[in-house]
Design a protein around this ligand. Structure first.
Ligand code: HEM
Length: 438
């Protein structure tokens, strides 16, 4: 079961093969000892991945994802909620959950307003080569306006995001270093905009209520919104647009018709009407099953324990790194028939299947809480993803530059290998405004 490899060769293999490095012979092990840049015990099935979610057994390593890290220079030494443990995590998560709860009902209308403005602008362009970045601008403008009362500069936010993660290696990485320097320069500008935002006083009051220093709270919130939130949502939208290209024509037509029916019935896009778009939801869940934006969940054993899967057992020692592979757990044949096949209606035909999704750092149907690291932004994420895709499906036309192909490169976060670009884009703006009562 053990694979002897140095950190450097392990890292290079992981960079080359992504999650396939964990399953090189296609044997689908439940547990594997390997080296992906650091030695780790990887957990690859529905049965074993849950050990990585158990705070009684594991802790988060401060600001590290196994072989990579978020250096203190891009977070002013503060520790975002997803890397915090125990009491610090509880305080930070409680603060974030309060903020997200307060702003959620503003998200649909702010998003639609932002989408209309951007799509009208895209329509005037000859082509949209930077489609991926432009989705990030839409999502971050809408979400930052909901949270801070003013939109933060999307380009600055993306510069910060793109330079945040650094590899732990001696190999010189000039491209990473350059992005890191740009991210460091973006950070004070973003914090300044937040300091001048209409909601700043209210947010710092909330920080005090949760015993957080203002800057600690703001960096934590910025990370949650721009990294956890906008990063993952943008990726899922881009992957969905690529997937729309690969499904059968009648399946795409069905998605369009059923979404259009809901819009006609409600005449708007609110949490309620979005909740009725069940075909679109099943399509999205299938995108997130096959192409989760976060492939790997990392943790460190805080005591010795045994991981078991049927007859297979592995002793884990305190201090060892664990890697829960969301990518493989969501391709586990014990839960999903033909897991390598993209099936739009998989979650419509069988609702129970949702229990086996773990892309939110735990069971999809289990709520986020102060005692777990599960994503507290799922409600908002589905509003953002469904509303954007509904407008794209019902009121836009485009052509992709390349037929999407997936070799599951970790750096692409679930998106196809090549950048997703439009050779042309048209937005039926008047029709959209009429249908949505805008
Ligand atoms: C499809 C979209 C999304 C996916 C797939 C996703 C997934 C995840 C995952 C896997 C984690 C755990 C990361 C880890 O601990 O290693 C996480 C945490 C988190 N997410 Fe999301 N997320 C999404 C959208 C959002 C949105 C829209 C927000 C905010 C509005 C958000 C806020 C957070 C926060 C604050 C955490 C940290 C939780 C904690 O500290 O316990 N996420 N998310």
């Amino acid at each position: 079961m053990g694979v002897c490899m140095s950190n450097t060769s392990g890292l290079l293999e992981t960079k080359k093969s992504g999650p396939h490095a964990l399953n090189p012979r296609g044997e689908h092990p439940a547990i594997a000892r390997t080296n992906v840049g650091v030695p780790c015990v990887s957990l690859l099935t529905q049965e074993t991945i849950h050990y990585v979610f158990n705070p009684d057994l594991v802790d988060k390593e401060q600001c590290c994802f196994g072989y990579s890290e978020v250096p203190e220079t891009v977070r002013r030494g503060h520790c975002p909620s997803m890397f915090a443990n125990g009491e610090e995590h509880r305080r930070k998560k409680a603060f974030l959950m309060d903020v997200l709860k307060e702003c959620k009902n503003r998200v649909p209308s702010l998003l639609l307003k932002t989408i209309l403005g951007h799509f009208e602008e895209w329509s005037l362009l000859k082509s949209v080569p930077d489609f991926e970045d432009r989705v990030y601008y839409i999502i971050s403008e809408a979400l930052t306006e909901a949270v801070f009362g003013t939109k933060l500069d999307g380009r600055l936010a993306l510069t910060w995001l793109n330079g945040m993660i650094q590899l732990k290696t001696w190999i010189p990485m000039p491209a990473y270093k350059k992005k890191h320097n740009l991210a460091m320069e973006a950070l004070p500008k973003l914090l300044q905009s937040i300091g001048e935002s209409p909601k700043y006083e209210e947010l710092t009051r909330l920080c005090r209520q949760h015993s957080l220093q203002a800057e600690d709270g703001m960096v934590t919130l910025m990370y949650a919104v721009l990294f956890n939130g906008c990063g993952a949502v943008t990726t899922a939208i881009v992957t969905s647009v690529a997937r729309l290209q690969t499904i059968l024509a009648f399946e795409k037509k069905d998605l369009q018709t059923t979404t259009q029916q809901v819009i006609s019935e409600f005449g708007n896009m609110t949490e309620e009407s979005l909740g009725e778009m069940r075909e679109l939801e099943s399509f999205l869940l299938e995108v997130l099953r096959m192409h989760p934006p976060v492939f790997d969940f990392w943790a460190v054993a805080k005591k010795d324990f045994t991981v078991s899967a049927g007859k297979v057992k592995e002793e884990v020692r305190q201090g060892e790194q664990l890697l829960g592979s969301c990518f493989w757990a969501q391709r586990d044949v014990s839960a999903f028939l033909n897991p390598g096949l993209f099936r739009c209606r998989r979650f419509l035909d069988d609702e129970e299947k949702k229990n086996h999704l773990v892309f939110s750092h735990g069971r999809f149907l289990e709520a986020a809480s102060l005692d777990n690291h599960q994503c507290p932004g799922m409600g908002i994420a589905f509003i953002l993803m469904k509303a954007t895709l509904a407008v794209l499906l019902c009121y836009c036309s485009w052509d992709l530059q390349d037929m999407p192909v997936w070799s599951d490169m970790t750096s692409r976060l679930g998106k196809p290998d090549q950048l997703v670009c439009f050779t042309w884009f048209h937005f039926h703006s008047a029709e959209a405004r009429r249908a949505l009562g805008l």
